[in-house]
Ligand binder design. Structure first.
Ligand code: SF4
Ligand code: SF4
Ligand code: SF4
Length: 385
């Protein structure tokens, strides 16, 4: 289907996935294969550090930047948890100046896309970063980390092997069709693989080949395994009525949004966790947004009652305007919501419509401009008609 800018998203995905590439096999599970590869890169002085998900205590996980090779034992890069969006974390590390020593960065596709989006918004830099990602089976809700993680992992990896969808995944992952990384130098193909036994590593860029040169891997020409990817994409598309069904267009007027955010306590955790909600001074937290007594009085005179805390819906509508063109559908906003509002499902649904109008997929390409930052004479003509 064509959009305002005459491109198609589907065509782009197929084109990216069909690129021929080089690959090698490692007879070890993915995390072990990655630890070995990263240790070799550090030994040879090709990278000075590693950014990856790490276990930091019992039931406790966070992203870490590691420069001591001995600490690589703590990384768990493919464990299906996302305590923060890694794109936001790398933005923090690189916003003021690029890293001086090459760093290997391991992140999921939506985190990489968030980082590319942040580069376009001048919030991050890519210099000296080697990107490693993987075909992504999704993540579990963070509360799983302290509640039955080991039990759920068995079912999770079974689904990843067959290109299926695990019930315990974040809703945003159940409907995510952008689970194949674009822009990674090195990609592990987890979907469709028996990840308990071996790991397939694809090398997608000259930079990836340069980093791996001199290591004991034998590269062969290969194409991607499209069958398992297609299966996962189809199964995720089938989840959409369940996840998005509650947001039918007729439900999204003021009454629908008011009901949806009726439990909101105005904590703004959803915005703080969102990678593309990046302003350090948030307009909605500024002093001018405090209710002054005269406004309070007017509201009470007009309505006879006032919901407290105030401004919760105003905040969400503002956030929708600000981030829907760049939302990567990562699900962080829902995961951190203390009152279980399905924020990410709403944002992902509306972001799909907004981005679809421009044939844009946020962060799929670091060079592609954000459509709202450019102007084309012949687009959205129906709006002015
Ligand atoms: S949103 Fe997509 S890429 Fe991100 S963790 Fe979920 S499945 Fe993976
Ligand atoms: S709005 Fe939610 S789903 Fe979208 S990028 Fe932000 S945190 Fe992720
Ligand atoms: S995290 Fe939940 S409760 Fe907090 S502001 Fe966002 S929607 Fe409201």
């Amino acid at each position: 289907m064509h959009n305002a800018r005459g491109t198609t998203h589907e065509a782009y995905c197929v084109e990216r996935e069909a690129l021929s590439m080089k690959q090698f096999q490692v007879p070890r599970p993915p995390d072990d294969a990655l630890r070995d590869m990263l240790a070799s890169l550090m030994d040879k002085g090709k990278v000075g550090g590693v950014f990856a998900l790490a276990q930091t205590g019992e039931n406790s996980y966070s992203y870490a930047l590691i420069t001591d090779k001995k600490l690589l034992d703590h990384i768990v890069p493919t464990l299906p948890l996302m305590p923060a969006n890694a794109g936001k974390m790398v933005s923090r590390l690189t916003m003021l100046e690029p890293v001086k020593t090459p760093i290997a960065v391991i992140m999921r596709p939506c985190e990489l896309r968030a980082l590319f989006e942040l580069v376009k918004l001048e919030q991050a830099r890519l210099d000296n970063l080697l990107f490693i990602s993987y075909t992504c089976g999704g993540v579990l809700e963070m509360k799983t980390a302290k509640d039955g993680l080991q039990l759920k992992l068995e079912e999770y990896w079974k689904q990843v092997k067959t290109g299926g969808v695990s019930e315990d995944m974040r809703d945003s992952c159940r409907v995510c069709e952008n689970f194949v990384p674009t822009g990674a130098d090195i990609t592990l193909t987890l979907v469709g693989n028996d990840n308990g036994k071996q790991t397939t590593v694809q090398v997608n860029s000259e930079k990836g080949e340069e980093f791996l040169a001199g290591l004991s891997y034998e590269l062969t020409e290969a194409g991607p395994e499209l069958e398992a990817l297609d299966s996962m994409r189809k199964k995720r598309a089938e989840q959409k009525p369940d996840v998005f069904g509650q947001f039918a267009a007729e439900e999204l007027g003021m009454a629908g949004l008011t009901a949806l955010f009726g439990r909101c306590i105005g904590c703004h955790a959803c915005g703080r966790a969102c990678p593309v909600c990046y302003c350090s001074s948030c307009h909605f937290e500024a002093a001018e947004n405090e209710f002054d007594p005269s406004t309070l009085e007017t509201e009470l005179t007009n309505r006879g009652a006032l919901r407290l805390p105030t401004g919760t819906l105003y905040y969400q509508i503002g956030r929708l305007f600000h981030v829907s063109i760049s939302c990567v559908g990562c699900g962080m906003c829902s995961d951190v919501c203390p009152v279980d509002i399905p924020v990410a499902s709403l944002f992902a649904k509306l972001a799909g419509s907004v981005q679809g109008m421009f044939g844009y997929v946020s962060g799929r390409d670091a060079e592609e401009k954000i459509p709202t930052s450019t102007f084309e004479m012949e687009e959205l003509e129906e709006i002015g008609a």
